[in-house]
Design a protein around this ligand. Structure first.
Ligand code: SAH
Ligand code: SF4
Length: 364
């Protein structure tokens, strides 16, 4: 048993936690108790976990900890959208966003600091890859949001849905993401149904195949273009995993998925991918894949080189898809006043993380 640095229990799924406890001579069922305390009740102090024996609590205190990211700031938008800036380690900060709607409350979380995939319209991609988040850091976002939001008057959690649509490509941080999914889905922790957890990917196909077997959750795929030539430009990973293979993998994923459709995300870029011709080509591109579309108005950032499509172009594009029989949503821009739209968190983050670093350095 290590006495060097305490093990952070927040990032262990039930299987790992049971094994660890067993190796310490504890009964494996303690894992269920601990998970309930940490994730269900949001407790980080072993001494308040009252149904653990004194000896167990002492053991845990000596070798383990429940470490959550440090909250740097929190914001509430006029429309109720909330955003938290969390410090992972000195110089690395991420944002987590909560979007309340009439029938659900969705938390948008990040899986990496930055992203290596360099999609040309994405500010995270522009900033390059910094590092993967650990499972504890991914789950730490949910822990914080739950802690800050509390429960509704009926005692239910405010967060009903979680989407991996913040910074980073979740399937390039596969192991940590899959273990985070275990914790999100576990009845002893967050107890979310697979249908209410959505992973968004630009299409890392071998990892998507594995996800289908290991932890199938609802799937969103960042499509953004109806043909390889354009997608190669907008989403460079398309050169490695082109559209035909992407569609075939989606079809296979659907056989295991909790929902019987994939959501294709499509960012609306003025004059680039938003003409009626693009919409018609999109209809043939997805043929044979049961899907819905989510049209995302482009969120501009400095020197992006793109503009958001005109509202009229978005409407026409949507109408062509609807007339072809698809369900289409156009994402509302939420939390504009606090820069809090999913997939658009990064713009400020590196700045803020650098600021956080300077701030931390100034304290030393
Ligand atoms: N890497 C994953 C998940 C994070 S991005 C993915 O690409 O799917 C979440 C969503 O926001 C993706 O659909 C992404 O393409 C989109 N997005 C990124 N930058 C955007 C921007 N500037 N405006 C609108 N949507 C953007
Ligand atoms: Fe990465 Fe997704 Fe941004 Fe592409 S859109 S650079 S995959 S975060």
């Amino acid at each position: 048993m290590s006495t060097l640095s305490p093990i952070n229990l927040l990032g262990l799924n039930r299987e790992r936690l049971s094994r660890l406890l067993e190796s310490w001579g504890e009964k494996p069922f303690r894992a269920k108790q601990l998970m309930r305390w940490m994730h269900h009740f949001g407790e980080a102090d072993f001494d308040r976990m009252t149904d653990l024996s004194k000896a167990s609590r002492e053991l845990l205190r000596a070798h383990a900890a429940v470490q959550v990211p440090r909250l740097l700031s929190g914001h509430v938008s006029d429309d109720g959208t909330r955003k938290w800036l969390l410090e992972l380690s000195p110089g690395n900060a991420i944002e987590t966003v909560f979007i309340p709607e009439d029938d659900r409350g969705t938390l948008c979380i990040s899986s990496q600091v930055g992203c290596a995939l360099a999609c040309t319209f994405c500010s995270t991609g522009r900033q390059g890859f910094n590092r993967n988040l650990t499972t504890a850091e991914i789950i730490g976002q949910v822990w914080w949001a739950n802690h800050a939001l509390g429960r509704d008057p009926k005692g239910d959690r405010i967060i009903s849905n979680v989407v991996l649509m913040g910074m980073g490509e979740p399937l390039l941080n596969y192991d940590a993401v899959v273990e985070s999914l275990d914790i999100l889905l576990d009845d002893y922790s967050y107890g979310l149904s697979r249908r209410r957890v959505t992973l968004s990917t630009s299409g890392i196909l071998p990892a998507l195949e594995r996800l289908g077997d290991r932890a199938p959750v609802a799937l969103a795929v960042s499509l953004h273009a109806p043909d390889d030539a354009l997608r190669d430009r907008l989403v460079p990973i398309n050169r490695k995993y082109p559209l035909q293979e992407l569609m075939a993998t989606c079809q296979r994923y659907l056989q295991k998925a909790p929902r019987d459709f994939v959501t294709f995300e499509y960012v609306m870029l003025d004059g680039i991918n938003d003409t009626p011709q693009h919409a018609r080509r999109l209809v043939s591109c997805v043929e044979g894949v049961s899907c819905k579309f989510n049209l995302i108005p482009f969120n501009p950032f400095p020197d992006s080189g793109y503009r958001c499509s005109r509202p009229q172009a978005i409407r026409e594009f949507r109408d062509i898809l609807v007339q072809s029989g698809f369900v289409v949503t156009v994402r509302k821009t939420r939390g504009d006043d606090i820069d809090a739209a999913c997939g658009q968190l990064a713009g400020q983050v590196m700045d803020k993380s650098r600021r956080a670093q300077r701030f931390t350095e100034s304290l030393q």
